[in-house]
Design a protein around this ligand. Sequence first.
Ligand code: CA
Length: 285
Amino acid sequence: MNHYSMLTDPGARYTDNEDTVAADPDQNIWLVADGMGGHAAGEVASAIVRDTFLAQMRQGTPAEEATLAAHAAVVAAAQHQDGLEGMGSTLVAAAISEAHAHLVWVGDSRCYLWRNDQLRVVSRDHSLVQSLIDDGQLTDETARDHPQRNVLTQVLGLGEPRPETHRLPLLHGDWLILCSDGLNDELTDAEIASRLREVAGNVGVVAERLIADALAHGGRDNVSVVAVAYEGPDAESEQASGTAESRAADESRGWKRWLASPPLLGLGAALLVFLIFLYFDRGIG
Ligand code: CA
């Protein structure tokens, strides 16, 4: 059982909420979807994405295909219902199995990993500013204030999205933080990390605290957070790679083992006998 908390809030500027969050703890699936579109269309799009994705995943469909099915469902709904044309939604989802998080995303909703008091973004935004960062035309800092920071390069329901996936090896105690841009537009990674440090291991309050922080910083958009604490065994690949310290310790242990190996001890002894022989040979001669 992985403990988690999740919450979504319309924010300070809007009364409606186009974001949605969902969990299926039995299947170990969590997600955030951030809808967009006129009138109530954004809400419709994110709800379709949530329901289609979860239904597909429960049937054992691979995450990438489940995401494309969600895209097709949004496209179909937009075609058949008046007022829904042009609607779309992001998706970021994590399915945990066999000590790995299987991530899939489209758009700029994010997945962070919180491990050993360090926060890092695991997903990569499908956004204009992210492409500019990748091209070296923007830095993370200048991107924060870019006027087009909300322009997406991929959305479910529009165009031909290519869902991105990532298989993340987990360690016991890791937290996954899924969020909509309403969180990371208001809070820097350092601010999110400082809040996570403050809750001292209590994942149950994370969603509520981070959303309160986003609202305190202005809450200019709908804001959603899902925080999941991974409580299973360490992934073997992570044990092997380990931290820098444990790797150094392993290497030093390996070195000692090598020195103590029988062939080397034999070689050392032979060398010593040879040196003693040389010494006495010279000394006597
Ligand atoms: Ca948003």
